[in-house]
Design a protein around this ligand. Sequence first.
Ligand code: ADP
Ligand code: MG
Length: 185
Amino acid sequence: MPRETVYIGFGSNVGNRVDYCDRAVTLLSLLPHSQVSGISLLYETEPVNDGANPGDGWFLNGVVQLETDVTPQSLLSVLREIERSLGRDADNRSGPRTIDLDILFYGNRVINEPGLTVPHPRLHQRRFVLVPLSELDPLLIHPVMGHTVNQLLAGLNDPSEVRLLFPQPSTRYGSRPACSPPPSS
Ligand code: ADP
Ligand code: MG
């Protein structure tokens, strides 16, 4: 199985959102046969009611870029497992979520299987996905729409607000404190 570049969207709108996002990215970075190759900044985004009913809490959203040999279906199982381990309420999936993980793109593959649609069917309508994606690869081409991420963003009809989180937390992946403090020689 050749290595593919995959984009995974993450979002949290309940509890300690920074911590949930941080843990999700950390768990993704531990995935075998995979390497995190990019992480967007974090954005504060207005909840969008396009089918789900996530409540009033604003989201933190971002996107992770991953080079991986893990198959799309296996990756989806892993994402579900991470969601479970971070306490997402499986009985009220459409409600407020500690963490939501979506496969946005899997290389340039187009997948239409029960329970898995790639590219993610709503990504081109969502500012909170396109803004962090454009940070990682503005010229990435949507294999179904035939437009780049930046073109999709320019043509977007989504009035919901997406603000860069300021200040960006210092607890993010890659900058976690070590288990024991360094020797203070
Ligand atoms: P949403 O993320 O749209 O708010 P959920 O996280 O509850 O909704 O996902 C609903 C279902 O979407 C999941 O059971 C999953 O099987 C399915 N699904 C289809 N395509 C994808 C994808 N590309 N990434 C993640 N989940 C997907
Ligand atoms: Mg989801």
